[in-house]
Design a binder for this molecule. Structure first.
Ligand SMILES: [Zn+2]
Length: 251
């Protein structure tokens, strides 16, 4: 038996009334557990096993799967589930953690990054929250982009700042070898450095321009996709939302 804080990354139905939950816990990292009866209307596990919930959980170790037997809500993130844009963003963050992290590799920094990101999404600072999460999460996984020197030859980077999906800046000579590359402005390059170096409380005072956020989004998309063997499901959902007129998604 163990007690841990956790964030529910994903849920699946099991049988008539049970749920299988994937939880990112502070004690043990990613854990897959069964929550018996969690889909019954008046069950005490119903609320605490909703996706994105940050809670305190009591788990029992099992042979093939752990059992989530009790829980209390620390933060429900109901406002995230009630808003399509926030929900899509949170799904993307949770899916990234799920696909990049193996079961039971505890990392307190990742746990804090995940819960801070969900809180920032909840306040409505959605795009910046996603970019901060992507960069800091890649950094925690050991994939920090190289910013000072060319990722291909190690040479110095020219005036035009080019970002490669292989992990950072490239020089003029190498740009054809590591195509596609993204041209980024000085402001975006400085934003990347700050996100990597600054801690969370300092980052929340930044208000990056839409232009920088867009540049960074395309850099991070190709950088992350390069390391994945299959496309992320939550991105399809985000793209579908972007095809709707604004009035329908911000209600
Ligand atoms: Zn080079």
């Amino acid at each position: 038996m163990y007690k841990t804080e956790g964030v529910i990354l994903r849920t699946r139905n099991l049988g008539e009334a049970d749920k299988i939950v994937t939880v990112y816990t502070s004690a043990r990292g990613k854990v897959v557990a069964v929550a018996r009866g969690a889909r019954r209307t008046r069950n005490r596990l119903l609320g605490v096993t909703q996706v994105f919930t940050h809670g305190r959980y009591l788990m029992f170790e099992g042979k093939s799967m752990d059992t989530l037997s009790q829980g209390e809500i620390i933060h429900s993130f109901q406002a995230v589930r009630d808003d399509l844009e926030k929900m899509a963003a949170a799904m993307y963050v949770c899916e990234l953690v799920d696909v990049f992290v193996e079961v039971e590799e505890a990392n307190q920094e990742t746990f804090e990054l995940l819960s801070n990101t969900l809180r920032m999404i909840e306040t409505g600072v959605v795009k910046f929250a996603l970019r901060v999460f992507e960069l800091k999460f890649m950094q925690q996984l050991g994939y920090q982009p190289q910013l000072e020197r060319c990722v291909s030859c190690g040479g110095s980077v020219a005036d035009q700042i080019l970002f490669s999906r292989e992990g950072g800046m490239v020089c003029d000579l190498c740009k054809h070898k590591v195509a596609p590359v993204h041209v980024v402005s000085k402001g975006t390059s400085a934003l990347i450095s700050r996100i990597l170096e600054w801690d969370w409380s300092r980052l929340t005072i930044l208000h990056p321009s839409n232009h920088s956020l867009e540049e960074l989004e395309s850099c991070m998309r190709s950088y992350i996709d390069y390391r994945l063997d299959k496309p992320m499901r939550s991105l399809e959902f985000i793209h579908t939302l972007n095809d709707f007129p604004d009035s329908e998604v911000t209600s």
